[in-house]
Design a protein around this ligand. Structure first.
Ligand SMILES: Nc1nc2c(c(=O)[nH]1)N[C@H]1C(S)=C(S)[C@@H](COP(=O)(O)OP(=O)(O)OC[C@H]3O[C@@H](n4cnc5c(=O)[nH]c(N)nc54)[C@H](O)[C@@H]3O)O[C@H]1N2
Ligand SMILES: Nc1nc2c(c(=O)[nH]1)N[C@H]1C(S)=C(S)[C@@H](COP(=O)(O)OP(=O)(O)OC[C@H]3O[C@@H](n4cnc5c(=O)[nH]c(N)nc54)[C@H](O)[C@@H]3O)O[C@H]1N2
Ligand code: SF4
Ligand SMILES: [Mo]
Length: 744
């Protein structure tokens, strides 16, 4: 038996660890996956989900051919031509009769892990021209996108904690030891945090739960869910009151400092101590420690985004950093510089578009092209949306019945659609409602490039990964399925769309002042070749990117070929200061107090005056090492073990509600009710309970046998109310949901 080792990046979470995949070519089998000690980023580190790629590839439940729903509700396999003809037969008349907005789209998280899916999703949305665009973003980082866009001009230029060089890491509403970071993509977070402490630095976690990250920290502070904006405003009040404000070089290109001072004036530590649950003394001490530690990084994640004041919290995190000289500096919050050139300096971007379209049922505006994920059901329902309702839905790598608010209402509404198509590899809680399911190739069968996660990493790098096996004969990549669906719905061909994308990028880099000025579009097109698909687009972006050869003859630089030749991984060095050059605001200035954001401060003030709010029992979420949102519970290797869908309850609350460890609780919110197992633990803040999401594999019609048997759990998002929103971003409140619990 000869075993070949294929080195590639793990496609399962944002950390993108380097893996060694041991392959037996004769048996067409993956024998083993282990960590790659030669990967300079992860140095052999891996987590249990590293095995997901193999498990999904081998999963007998995975869909491998298009499935069409029969009249009896069961699915039958059909061929691709038939599948696209069926999609055309259904989608085109809906679009022609009711307009493009009759077709809604929901884009899910795995899109971000797949180069082709990612590049072509933008094109897909543009070609379909529907304003009814939903995605997991409004259950995730959307408040951050909104504040980045307004403050710096680019909503997708993420600012990341420079954890490898910081001396003080403050983590609010994130649990990177489990999630591996997300907006701080870093393999081996436990090792990185331990290293901060070893070099004499400090780690502080602010979270309503004493998390796995808190266990490795120097200090943990419990905070009442949804109150981070108060806490941060109070820190800023202290900076001004104690003369700790020092913008350094930012003073030359930052507007709005005085507005911030005025807005935060009355949020003194004393004023917010009760509501946050953190004493005034502690807030003051932390503000001083942060302001006076040169290399300090203030990081917020899901807990500061998917909450009642997500936009304000996301904004104040960066405001606090800028006011104290902790932004765009070594060891602080910094901007990566991705090799594909996503955030290169250039012309200012147009302002954020709000309200280009409004939903029929509630009049909710599109915000930078997105509608709240939880507004989908009401847009479909005849009773609320009437004859302007959404009649068809296309989901791509998404499971909104489990990942978006009020899953039961959504599942019901999906039944009212005239047509639904899902691009997905499982028959699950969402796709079982589709009339047509179109499967795609999976990671093992695809070349890939860490495109998105080079914008969220704590050290610049470029990584190409080879396919391990040839795709199955009839399998199609995600991007191609998307393009064929556009063709089915609109008649515009894949070839036309692909050409348009290449033509657009080529023209923009070749124009006067462009990054490849001096080269003609024809030269550039000839250099990248004529094989359609994401790889030549990647090549184009890399070569025109900051480390590329700009298509200049004889010049050395990054290209797809160069990456392949060196085995896929290139170290592009530690993060570097990038402002003001990389700003995309008018005049290249930082807007510290964008009016669109500050307009939400009165809502924050009003809530502070409402003392009754402090008595509510609030539900928050959590992630677990062996889950990836809703979709890895069908992998035996990850699903095995105890029931993980447990409600964590503080001992005093358990007593108050008569709950027993190992017993069951009934949890109720405005939008629904679930029954789940109870774990009593003082890792919870009093008055707060915690439940992981992505469970609830109990709906009929799914074909996820392992998940249903080993980790059925209950759907946390039955409790996530689709109505209240973080107003400026249209993001849902999945953390800090008022609930009642009782023994079941
Ligand atoms: N209560 C609560 N809800 C949450 C969150 C929370 O913290 N709390 N987190 C939110 C966040 S951050 C996110 S990102 C969302 C995720 O929300 P979603 O993206 O809607 O959900 P996932 O569970 O990631 O489902 C991914 C889907 O993609 C399919 N899939 C997996 N791999 C592939 C592939 O290679 N190709 C194709 N075509 N399909 C594939 C899976 O079968 C599954 O149907 O959940 C959100 N929901
Ligand atoms: N193993 C694993 N890893 C993952 C995922 C997964 O499902 N499993 N999902 C991936 C995805 S899609 C994402 S977006 C990232 C998310 O990455 P993280 O945000 O790091 O993940 P969470 O574990 O959801 O951490 C959120 C934390 O916020 C806390 N919290 C809740 N409400 C509040 C609040 O109001 N204020 C404060 N300060 N804290 C609060 C919660 O207790 C929890 O500890 O993880 C990614 N990585
Ligand atoms: S931490 Fe993330 S990238 Fe690393 S092995 Fe685990 S799932 Fe893969
Ligand atoms: Mo996410």
């Amino acid at each position: 038996m000869s075993i070949e080792i294929v080195r590639r990046s793990c496609p399962t979470c944002e950390a993108c660890c380097g893996l060694r995949v041991h392959v037996d070519r004769e048996k067409h089998a993956i024998v083993r996956i282990d960590g790659d000690p030669d990967d300079f980023r992860s140095r052999g580190y891996l987590c249990p989900k590293s095995q997901a790629m193999k498990a999904v590839y081998e999963d007998p439940d995975r869909i491998k051919a298009p499935l069409r729903k029969r009249a009896d509700g069961n699915f039958e396999e059909i061929g691709w031509d038939e599948a696209f003809a069926y999609a055309a037969e259904k989608l085109r008349p809906i679009r022609e009769r009711y307009g493009p907005q009759a077709l809604g789209v929901f884009i899910g998280e795995p899109t971000g892990h797949n180069l082709g899916a990612l590049l072509y999703t933008t094109l897909f949305m543009r070609a379909l021209q529907t304003p009814r665009a939903f995605s997991s973003a409004t259950m995730d980082q959307f408040p951050k996108n909104v504040t980045l866009k307004l403050m710096f001009g680019d909503g997708w230029m993420f600012v990341i904690p420079d954890v490898k060089r910081t001396d003080l890491f403050i983590c609010m509403g994130g649990n990177p030891v489990v999630s591996q970071g997300s907006l701080m993509g870093t393999p081996d977070v436990p090792g990185v945090l331990t290293a901060i402490r070893k070099r004499g630095g400090r780690v502080i976690v602010i979270d309503p739960r004493r998390t796995e990250t808190a266990e490795l920290a120097d200090e943990h502070l419990f905070i009442r869910p949804g109150t981070d904006a108060y806490f941060l405003a109070a820190m800023i009040q202290v900076f001004f009151a104690e003369n700790l404000v020092d913008l350094g070089r930012f003073a030359a290109f930052t507007d709005g400092v005085d507005e911030v001072r005025t807005l935060c004036q009355d949020f003194t530590p004393e004023a917010v101590a009760d509501v946050t649950g953190i004493s005034a003394e502690t807030i003051r001490a932390l503000a001083r420690e942060y302001a006076t530690t040169k290399k300090a990084a203030l990081y917020g994640r899901i807990g500061t985004c998917t909450q009642e004041f997500g936009t304000l919290a996301s904004w104040l995190l960066d405001v606090a950093a800028i006011l104290t000289g902790h932004f765009d500096e070594e060891g602080c919050m910094m901007f990566p510089r991705p090799a594909a050139g996503q955030s290169e300096p250039g012309e200012p971007n147009p302002p954020m578009a709000v309200g280009d379209y409004r939903t029929i049922a509630r009049g909710l505006p599109t915000i930078d092209g997105q509608l709240p994920a939880g507004a989908m059901a009401e847009e479909i329902e005849e009773k609320s949306a009437g004859d302007k309702r959404m009649r068809a839905l296309l989901t791509a790598a998404a499971n909104p019945v489990l990942s978006a608010p009020n899953g039961n209402r959504l599942a019901e509404a999906l039944g009212e659609l005239d047509f639904m198509v899902s691009v997905d590899i499982y028959l699950n809680e969402t796709t079982s409602h589709a009339d047509l399911i179109l499967p795609t190739t999976v990671s093992v069968e695809e070349e890939n490039f860490d495109f998105t996660y080079a914008t969220t990493c704590s050290h610049n790098y470029a990584r190409w990964s080879p396919a391990i096996f040839e795709p199955a004969p009839d399998a199609k990549p995600h991007w191609e399925v998307l393009m064929r669906l556009v063709e089915a719905a609109t008649g515009v061909t894949l070839e036309h769309l692909d050409e348009a994308m290449v033509g657009g990028i080529t023209a923009s880099v070749a124009r006067p002042g462009g990054r490849c000025e001096g080269r003609t579009p024809e030269e550039i097109k000839a250099a990248i070749g004529d094989v359609r698909g994401p790889l030549r687009i990647l090549d184009l972006m890399l070569r025109a990117g900051p480390y590329g050869d700009r298509f200049e003859p004889g010049k050395q630089g990054l290209s797809l070929k160069a990456l392949r030749e060196v085995g896929g991984l290139v170290d592009l060095g530690p993060l570097q200061p990038r402002l003001p050059e990389a700003l995309k605001t008018p005049g290249r200035r930082v807007a510290l107090a964008p009016e669109y954001v500050t307009a939400d401060v009165p809502r924050l003030r009003a809530a502070l005056a409402d003392a009754k709010r402090n008595d509510r029992l609030l539900l928050v979420g959590r992630r677990q090492v062996r889950n990836m949102n809703s979709w890895l519970h069908n992998a035996q290797v990850l699903a095995k073990g105890r029931d993980r869908c447990t409600l964590l309850v503080h001992p005093d609350d358990a007593r108050r509600f008569g709950l027993e460890h190992g017993g069951k609780a009934r949890v109720r919110s405005r939008s629904g009710e679930i029954v789940t197992a109870v774990e009593i633990s003082d890792e919870m803040m009093q008055g707060v309970v915690s439940l992981p999401h992505g469970f609830g594999h109990t709906r009929p019609g799914s074909r996820t046998q392992v998940a249903t048997k080993l980790q059925p759990g209950a759907n946390a998002n039955q409790l996530t109310d689709e109505l209240p929103l973080d107003v400026p971003s249209g993001t849902h409140i999945a953390n800090g949901i008022p609930v009642e619990v009782a023994r079941a």
